[in-house]
Ligand binder design. Structure first.
Ligand SMILES: Cc1ncc(COP(=O)(O)O)c(C=O)c1O
Length: 387
């Protein structure tokens, strides 16, 4: 092709640091993958049945753009029960195609060319890309193990310029497993208020916390009016393939997001919305069972890494451990590539998640207890072979 057809915006997107590992992995037999961030559980049966019932009842059309009224009401009730935060299901909520779409809507609706979004890192790989795609500029603020991977309010405030539009936070965190404390979130809220910024809070792992509380950002005093709240079904209910999530925001912002959603998506999949409704109605015991099992694996993994000399922060949420591998003398990339090629265990180099991630690897424990145990043995052998 003689002409360059791709837009500069897309051509300039950094390649995903995760992709190349998954490409190699796909060609290898007998790999234990601690790489992909999704539950190994199949969606609980009653939730699947709700989708089948919906299809059998002939519900194969679009729903309302914002999602079915039943699901929106159920999400509103759920948030009220869990976090005492009230959203109007008719004017402050959209059912989306996963939190991925909700992120896209938020960025597209909020950002003008050159607007800055402050993002504590390490963070979910899509955050920076979504900001760039919408014409914005990600301003990355590294967090560190010394500070339990909490977002640093002072560093956030120091990064504010007259182009700053929003702060994007995601806790429980992918990849560190950190859960932001109430104090930290209150501090961030005060900064947002002082500088009149929006806070976009991705709380997709909200129900996967271990022995600690999850603080829902818009439930903090005065914060609902300046928060775009993202929630989902993929992780808590083991529903990644259903592609359903939601976004709640003040009506004015929501109206802008709905406009983008109407033109790009129409509505989230109808049968998936039926499944999500059932998940919210009866899902809690299923979530608890899965969470307890993740917790068992979490303990095994964290103590396993610390015992083999890889300093590992205790993750209190999501399903990731983030061991520090600097004691091996390798970079995260070399560690991940060597481990995959020589011992058939897939992990993700921490540098894929932005500043603060180098010197770490992300290991997902949403894989069976036995596989976690086997992976730990292989990692131990790998480290010993490098001494
Ligand atoms: C922090 C975070 N947000 C959003 C997503 C995307 O979720 P969904 O499947 O709802 O699009 C992920 C998936 O890995 C994630 O880790």
């Amino acid at each position: 092709m003689s002409k360059k057809y791709l837009s500069q915006r897309v051509a300039g997107l950094p390649p995903s640091g995760i992709r190349k590992f998954f490409d190699i992995l796909a060609e290898m037999p007998d790999v234990i993958s601690l790489g992909v961030g999704e539950p190994d559980f199949i969606t609980p049966r009653p939730i699947m049945d709700a989708a089948i019932e919906s299809i059998n009842a002939g519900k194969t059309q679009y729903t309302s753009n914002s999602g079915t009224v039943e699901l929106r009401r159920a999400v509103a009730k759920h948030l009220e029960n869990l976090y005492q935060v009230s959203y109007d299901p008719m004017s402050e909520m959209i059912i989306t195609v996963g939190v991925s779409e909700a992120l896209y809507l938020a960025m597209t609706a909020l950002l003008d060319q050159g607007d800055e979004v402050i993002v504590p890192t390490p963070c979910f790989v899509s955050y920076q890309a979504e900001i760039i795609l919408a014409g914005g500029v990600p301003v990355e603020i590294a967090s560190s193990i010394e500070n339990d991977f909490q977002p640093d309010p002072a560093a956030i405030e120091a990064a504010i310029t007259d182009r700053t539009k929003a702060i994007l936070i995601g806790y429980p965190n992918n990849p560190t497993g950190a859960v932001a404390t109430r104090e930290t979130l209150i501090e961030i809220g005060k900064i947002a208020e002082k500088h009149d910024l929006i806070v976009i809070s991705d709380e997709i792992y909200d129900q996967l916390v271990y022995g600690t509380e999850h603080v829902c950002f818009p439930s903090l005093p005065g914060m609902k009016e300046r928060t775009v709240f993202l929630g989902g079904f993929s992780k808590d209910y083991a529903m990644t393939g259903w592609r359903v999530g939601y976004v709640c925001a003040p009506a004015e912002i929501l109206t802008g997001m709905l406009r983008v959603h109407q033109y790009t998506i129409m509505s989230a999949p109808t049968m998936s919305q039926a499944a999500a409704l059932r998940a919210i109605e009866i899902g809690r015991p299923h979530v608890d069972t899965m969470r307890d099992e993740y917790d068992r694996r979490r303990k095994l993994m964290v103590s396993g890494f610390n015992d083999m000399g890889l300093k590992t922060f205790e993750p209190r949420g999501a399903f990731y451990a983030f061991p520090q591998i600097t004691s091996t003398g390798m970079t995260g990339d070399d560690f991940a590539m060597g481990l995959l090629k020589e011992h058939s265990v897939a992990v993700v180099p921490g540098s894929a998640f932005g500043p603060g991630g180098e010197g770490y690897v992300r290991c997902c424990y949403a894989t069976s207890y036995e596989e976690v145990a086997e992976a730990l043995e292989r990692i131990q052998s790998f480290i010993e072979s490098k001494k």
